[in-house]
Design a protein around this ligand. Structure first.
Ligand code: HEC
Ligand code: HEC
Ligand code: HEC
Ligand code: HEC
Ligand code: HEC
Ligand code: HEC
Ligand code: HEC
Length: 358
């Protein structure tokens, strides 16, 4: 998915001399954060072809649309993306894979001196290729279009900045310095000065950015929203309306009735540890809701209501159920063609058969 990445932030400074160390340098002092982060979907948001699990496990992928035959074939450590109409052929090695295939794995290749995004993506759900989300499903008018979409240098820089680490220096994309995936320094900024300071035991000035010290809305909107799309970005872009907004969790959360710009109990990190994959267990989220909402029991017992009030749980109780809150109030929504159900972060009373609320 494409869009603008911010120009310069503490975690992504646009300095030409930014010094990144790579995530291995953090392991010895931060074992806990380092244990799982590289295995998460974010940590693997972009991978080189040589180590791509999906491409290695699928040595030959094929797809047909009208006169065009597509193929991705493994050759040693490379994967070759080929499209032919029977007369002419475009064939290029894939440079990088984007995503792990939940809502698609899309391929970036170079052709005629430009970057291209593949018109086809791999989807885990079908274990095969289908049209990339956002592309028309009609038969493409030309071989070029069948292969993919040419992307400008600006857009490429944004792709690599949201899915990778340390790709941009000033306004330049420098792939030779890219660390694949959203790793430590994508979120904490270049770490070389921090490592040097900590090794020299200069603990006063840590020289590293900690998003945990931001206020609630800065963390969810400015920080997580810098890649996941803030409410401001979505609202100001008129093309982003309807079902597609289910992909933009900061916008959906911001427009929930529960949203309070200063309340940490509903920030992204209240429910997600960014160093781990999100929990798929619906019960995991109940205590997060109960941080604000009263229990079912409080409806009947004034004593319970009073205790809960002392704990700061002053919001209404659910009259319907006592657990698995997200199963009803954060419904899963299928975005057409994505082969995946996104979780609607607009917390609400969802009604059967309703139109998706914008
Ligand atoms: C030589 C050991 C060492 C290395 C290597 C190291 N750190 Fe740290 N880091 C520390 C210490 C010590 C602290 C302070 C811990 C504390 O205050 O409890 C710290 C604190 C932090 C904090 C919190 C800062 C704050 O203001 O709260 C972050 C974020 C962080 N490190 C990230 C990283 C990242 C990312 C890397 C790799 C680029 C890294 N560290 C490498 C020792 C290290
Ligand atoms: C540098 C950009 C960037 C930032 C900052 C960022 N994310 Fe992400 N995040 C991504 C990308 C890219 C993906 C898609 C990974 C994939 O599926 O390949 C993702 C995926 C996720 C996922 C889904 C994981 C899964 O299993 O499908 C969660 C949850 C998530 N991010 C939470 C957060 C939270 C919380 C924050 C803020 C604390 C945050 N992200 C900040 C880029 C970012
Ligand atoms: C502004 C930041 C941003 C930019 C720019 C961006 N992405 Fe993403 N991308 C994300 C985030 C966040 C997610 C996870 C949420 C989602 O799936 O919508 C994601 C998800 C994806 C996925 C689905 C991953 C999965 O495992 O399901 C693919 C594929 C993808 N992006 C490819 C690209 C490509 C290719 C480009 C450039 C042409 C690009 N993205 C540009 C932030 C970005
Ligand atoms: C997607 C963004 C993201 C990535 C990637 C990421 N972090 Fe963090 N990190 C955060 C956020 C957000 C916090 C604040 C969490 C909080 O306070 O709830 C944090 C907090 C920390 C802290 C401070 C913990 C504390 O107890 O205060 C350390 C240390 C740290 N991260 C190290 C790392 C290391 C090492 C890596 C790479 C292995 C890493 N982080 C990757 C977003 C990220
Ligand atoms: C009240 C809890 C809660 C909060 C707060 C929250 N999430 Fe989630 N998030 C969930 C649940 C539940 C899932 C679904 C997990 C699953 O079933 O795998 C999820 C899944 C995701 C996914 C995976 C894609 C999807 O749609 O399933 C991403 C990305 C994500 N959250 C990002 C964010 C970001 C960014 C924020 C902050 C704006 C945020 N979340 C705040 C509960 C929360
Ligand atoms: C930061 C505190 C907070 C958290 C955490 C929180 N809520 Fe709420 N919630 C509120 C507030 C405040 C309202 C608005 C109450 C009102 O308008 O009277 C609300 C409203 C609601 C509503 C009614 C929405 C409507 O459209 O009428 C539902 C349903 C709800 N919350 C469910 C949840 C669930 C489920 C969770 C956990 C996934 C959760 N809330 C987490 C504070 C919170
Ligand atoms: C089986 C589906 C389901 C589950 C699970 C569920 N709810 Fe509800 N909830 C509803 C429905 C339906 C309503 C609307 C009831 C009505 O209007 O009469 C509702 C209403 C609410 C309201 C609005 C109450 C009011 O007086 O306006 C809140 C807040 C709420 N739920 C929170 C939660 C929390 C917190 C949980 C988890 C402990 C939860 N819900 C679990 C279906 C569910």
């Amino acid at each position: 998915m494409s869009g603008d990445a911010p120009i310069s932030t503490p975690w992504r400074p646009s300095k030409k001399d930014a010094r990144y160390t790579g995530p291995r340098a953090c392991v010895k002092c931060h074992a806990e954060e380092s244990a799982t982060q590289h295995l998460t979907a974010m940590g693997r948001a972009l991978e080189p072809v040589a180590t791509s699990e999906i491409l290695r496990a699928h040595p030959r992928l094929t797809f047909r649309s009208g006169p065009y035959a597509h193929e991705i074939v493994r050759r040693g450590d490379q994967s070759l993306y080929t499209v032919t109409d029977g007369v002419n052929t475009i064939s290029e090695p894939i440079l990088y894979t984007f995503g792990q295939g939940k809502a698609g794995q899309t391929y970036i290749f170079r052709h005629d001196g430009s970057f291209y995004e593949s018109r086809l993506s791999f989807y885990k759900d079908i274990q095969g290729l289908d049209v990339t989300i956002g592309y028309p499903r009609e038969i493409p008018p030309s071989l070029e279009v069948a292969a993919g979409r040419r992307i400008s240098m600006d857009e490429a820089r944004n792709c690599f900045s949201c899915h990778g680490t340390g790709a941009a220096y000033g306004n330049q994309l420098q792939l030779d310095r890219l660390v694949p995936g959203v790793t430590c320094e994508a979120c904490h900024g270049p770490g070389a000065e921090h490592v040097a300071a900590m090794e020299a035991k200069q603990f006063k000035d840590k020289r590293i950015f900690n998003p945990g010290k931001m206020s609630a809305d800065d963390l969810s909107q400015e920080f997580c929203g810098s890649c996941h799309r803030s409410a401001e970005q979505v609202i100001s872009n008129k093309l982003l309306r309807g079902l597609i907004t289910v992909r933009f969790q900061p916008y959906r959360m911001f427009t929930s009735r529960a949203h309070d710009p200063a309340d940490m109990r509903l920030t992204c990190t209240a429910c997600h540890n960014p160093h781990e994959n999100p929990s798929a267990d619906e019960a995991f989220y109940d205590p997060k809701c109960f941080a604000c909402h009263r229990s079912f029991a409080s409806l009947k017992s004034p004593a319970v209501a009073k205790t809960e009030e002392k704990e700061g749980r002053t919001d209404k109780a659910c009259p319907v159920a006592q657990s698995l809150c997200v199963s009803c109030h954060m419904p899963k929504v299928e975005f057409p063609g994505s082969h995946f159900k996104f979780t609607d972060h607009r917390i609400r009373i969802a009604k059967a058969g309703e139109q998706f609320p914008n």
